[in-house]
Design a protein around this ligand. Sequence first.
Ligand code: SIN
Length: 539
Amino acid sequence: MAEKSEFRRYLVNMDSISTHQLFTDCLVIGAGIAGLHAAIEAAKHRNVIIICKDTLENSNTWKAQGGIASVLDKADTFESHIADTLNTGCGICDEGIVDSVVRQGPELIEQLLRWGAEFDLIDGHIATTLEGGHSHPRVAHAHGDETGRIIAEALIKEVKQNSNIKIFENFYTIDLLTNDDNECVGIIGHDIQNPRKADQIIWAANTILATGGAGRLYRETTNPEVATGDGIAMAYRAGAVLQDLEFVQFHPTTLYVAGATRALITETLRGEGAVLLDNKGQRFMTDYHEAAELAPRDIVSRAILTQMRKTESTHVYLDVRHFDKAHFAKRFPFISELCESFDIDVSRDLIPVRPSAHYMIGGLKTDSSAKTSIENLYACGEIASTGLHGANRLGSNSLLEGLVFGKIAGQFVSQHEKTAVSLLKHPLIKYQIPHSDRTRLDTADVRNSLRALMWRNVGITRRAQPLTETQEIIRFWQRYVMDKIFDSPQSWECQNMLTVCLLMAQSAQMRQESRGVHFRSDFPDTDDENFKKHIEITR
Ligand code: SIN
């Protein structure tokens, strides 16, 4: 029977004999904190290729502001960080993973310092600040609000000077390749800047997926253009088990200036005293939660939406006018410049903000060694669902998770017996997609409409009927997009986005309760009896 186009195994035609080929012990896909750290570890005993679809500098890690959470203060304890992570995760964190990640934090942050990451210090010790849900200041930051850039720069420097690591930038991964035993054997990709040898196969004894998040599935997001969920879609096509795709974290405060792209306004501002005001100048978070501005992110995001509706406004405001202006510029240099570029004088003006999609909690199901359900395929960072976050992520726990699981994945691969030699007998892969003469839709239009649909129907508040309709609409688009063979990253991204959005809407439909970041207005209560568990999806 012919394969249905929405269940197609590969996005492109393939004949492995006639395609340009490379071999490696370890292939790392993605260059955020997890991918870079995995590459450094794997390269201790293996040769490594690291690929990313833009430059090494274009990642969610690079854009991270607030910081990285860890127990760095004498008055803080591992037990307290573990308890805060479990509380925020609403009953479905993996306690063993939480314990192990939290305890590895201080040592790995020391390692970053040795690699040259200049964290902000007070009296010679790493300075820490607060974010919502933390019962102790434990968010370490660097160059004020440029923590991600400083960490990424230190890791990139290590990667660039390692002779066991080759870096391919502007290299788009189209699909994971699997053999007849469903073992991952590498990828087919597209070298964007090399039109003569654009399509290439990289045979890899071990593949580490670290492609990051999927915020670009939503119209409003803090994420860069590259965050389109490609890794989740290609892993799904390859048959990997995915879990918890209904859990998307919305960040409460994204700069809202009509016509401008959205930009994160770090939660550490609220940690250090910024308050939220509505368009009448009233502080409102005290009406919603005892922790006010420092309540968990899902609560603050929903409160902002409710307040926007009550006051018939498109946004609310962050008030930082009481901060010392010079201190503000030094502590939050990125936000200072950003606000200045929009003529917002933070000592006089309020900062217009509203929530937007920020972090994908679900992803590829992995175990404590970063292994996925597919042999030789590992995942770490935002694409992985390790069980650390449960149903809601504690702020700044994600850089920590990427650092820890990047190391675990890289270490595992560096000691794994399989090397590129095992690929000398690689499989022949031939795959032919039947021609379709159905109407060709403009994939740029589909992407825009899809992102708007997700924002409206699979956003901060969900309900059965819009979730059903979302799936109907996506399936309709899929009929006209998934049957085509494209030759550009933008169109492959559109196919991936349709795939991941459908899975997210299905997962959100299945979870008939509210838990953490997943809020169903038709099932507002948490239902432990039926849903204190993960929702898994596989092809
Ligand atoms: C922020 O700085 O508010 C974001 C930190 C995070 O999402 O972990």
